[in-house]
Design a protein around this ligand. Structure first.
Ligand code: SF4
Length: 521
């Protein structure tokens, strides 16, 4: 299966496309729930897009078929909700945006438009909710090996974060949701060790990949950790070297903080692909970027970005912005830098940008900032976007779709900054979030040799006014971060699964054991 799909008609708005192709299946339907997955092979977890929290793939389900890597019983129940017009709780990211008004376009639309109208109808009529579906787009992580320890990441996804926690202990004095992410050492990501020996999820992936997955898949994206530090990633690169005819579009998420040797190896590998795209994360520049994404060296990142665009065989180069409280002070400088790359390499590689709003941990969300700063930043971003629309009339650097794709994302962020006060449904209140903000970054400064006030002087007055969270007890390193599973195997879903008759006694027992271990029922 080759080629990308973009199903919106040229004379349709995104709202018109949503009503015609998606809402006609169901008002809470999303193609990503059928055709897309992110799977963490090292942890045995999956989700549909990157917004719903991941859930565990029961090994018992994997014995039935390697396709259970995507088609878990839980996900099938969520599909059923969607077909019945019920909004699944795990997709609240989209409902929050849609509740801002019928003209607001959520990711449900952007993540469905990459499937044909026929494929969306097939989700309902051919597969319904209870049949296994072959993936069309897949993001996969082989392990958590990573040379960065970004402030909004944690030990489940980065071995450098694991070292911080193992060396310095759990972060103390955090009381808000998501704070627990900084109190465990990522044991859940190292179940099968650094080299993933005898990992049944990895074995299932290769079984499915060498079976029919390589034929059904339209795009495979590898994430991490940092994939270039992973044996699994280079095994896949070797597979491709011997299967250059493979039509699957390939993409990799790289932090672009590697040594010259690894960058050269990656550039060489890109030439074995028909279609290779590189995704990297950054949302600010200079000392801001180095503070938020610990491990990043701004000059190295800039240089690696340019080298790989220039010498690699890239279809697209994509910058993913994770919109957190601290990036807003140089986000437009970052947009300008990417803009300059787009201009310089317009004949060679398409350079694209996506904005993803951070929700967890909620104390790092932009909603934690003082109101006057959020409003000022929203206006600043809006001015930048309006200027882009104006100048693009002369430069034509962005075709219409790309221009409005970017501008709509920026407008959506402006609305978010102006109107949303809580990052997600269970987010803690503002005052404890502010306290945890100060508590976390004070400890981060000491552990990482950084200085918050020197880096963000514009927040000094607010910072000084906040009282840090103080608690009387010391938190030891937690052995396991359990909240990835909590919303999934809740009593409500077990009851519904039983009513639907899709949970066998064995599976039900496994789920109950799992819940009891974590004391969440
Ligand atoms: S969060 Fe939105 S985009 Fe993601 S699966 Fe749910 S509805 Fe689709």
């Amino acid at each position: 299966m080759a080629g990308f799909v973009f199903a919106k008609k040229w004379d349709e708005t995104y709202q018109e496309y949503r009503d015609r192709a998606i809402n006609s299946v169901s008002p809470s339907f999303c193609g990503a729930k059928w055709y897309n997955a992110t799977i963490w092979l090292n942890m045995g977890q999956t989700t549909s897009c990157h917004h719903p929290p991941p859930h565990k793939i029961p090994l018992r389900e994997l014995e039935r078929s390697p396709k259970a890597l995507h088609n878990t019983q839980y996900k099938k129940l969520v599909r059923k909700e969607m077909l019945e017009g019920i909004r699944p709780k795990e997709c609240e990211y989209c409902w929050k945006i849609e509740d801002l008004g019928p003209d607001k376009v959520s990711d449900r639309v952007y993540k469905s438009v990459i499937y044909s109208d026929e494929e969306l109808v097939n989700a309902k009529n051919k597969y319904s909710w209870n049949n296994d579906v072959n993936l069309k787009t897949l993001e996969i992580s082989f392990d958590a090996n990573c040379n960065f320890a970004c402030s909004y990441c944690n030990a489940s996804f980065s071995t450098t974060w694991q070292s911080d926690i193992k060396t310095n202990g759990a972060y103390q004095n955090l009381q808000t949701d998501g704070g627990g992410a900084f109190q465990h050492a990522g044991d859940d990501s190292m179940i099968y060790g650094k080299d993933q020996i005898d990992n049944p999820y990895l074995e299932a992936f290769w079984k499915w990949w060498e079976g029919d997955l390589q034929n059904s898949l339209r795009e495979l994206r590898v994430t991490g950790g940092e994939p270039t530090m992973s044996k699994g990633f280079w095994k896949l690169m070797d597979w491709w070297k011997n299967h250059k005819e493979c039509d699957v579009n390939f993409a990799v998420n790289s932090n672009l903080g590697q040594t010259n040797v690894l960058v050269d190896r990656l550039i060489k590998a890109t030439h074995n692909f028909k279609n290779f795209s590189l995704y990297t994360s950054n949302e600010s520049i200079g000392t801001h970027a180095e503070y938020i994404r610990d491990g990043l060296k701004w000059e190295v990142w800039k240089e690696n970005a340019e080298i790989i665009i220039r010498d690699g065989n890239l279809k697209t180069f994509n910058v993913m912005m994770t919109i957190n409280a601290l990036c807003l002070f140089s986000i437009t400088d970052c947009l300008e830098f990417i803009h300059s790359l787009r201009e310089k390499y317009k004949e060679k590689t398409d350079i694209l940008i996506t904005l993803n709003i951070l929700r967890f941990p909620s104390f790092q969300s932009a909603t934690t900032l003082p109101e006057h700063i959020k409003l000022e930043r929203a206006q600043h971003l809006q001015d930048w976007a309006e200027n882009l629309i104006k100048t693009n009339k002369e430069t034509n650097l962005y075709p219409d779709d790309a221009l409005w794709g970017l501008v709509n994302q920026i407008y959506r962020l402006c609305e978010y900054l102006r109107e949303v006060t809580q990052g997600h449904r269970f987010a803690s209140d503002l005052e404890p979030r502010e306290k945890d903000f100060k508590s976390f970054y004070s400890q981060y400064d000491i552990r990482r040799g950084k200085n918050f006030i020197e880096t963000f002087p514009q927040l000094k007055e607010w910072w000084d006014s906040i009282e840090e969270t103080k608690s009387d007890f010391v938190v030891e390193i937690k052995t396991h971060e359990s909240n990835v599973d909590q919303n999934v195997y809740s009593r409500e879903y077990i009851e519904r699964a039983k009513a639907e008759g899709i949970v066998t006694d064995d599976l039900q027992n496994e789920i109950i054991e799992h819940l009891e271990l974590k004391k969440i029922i």
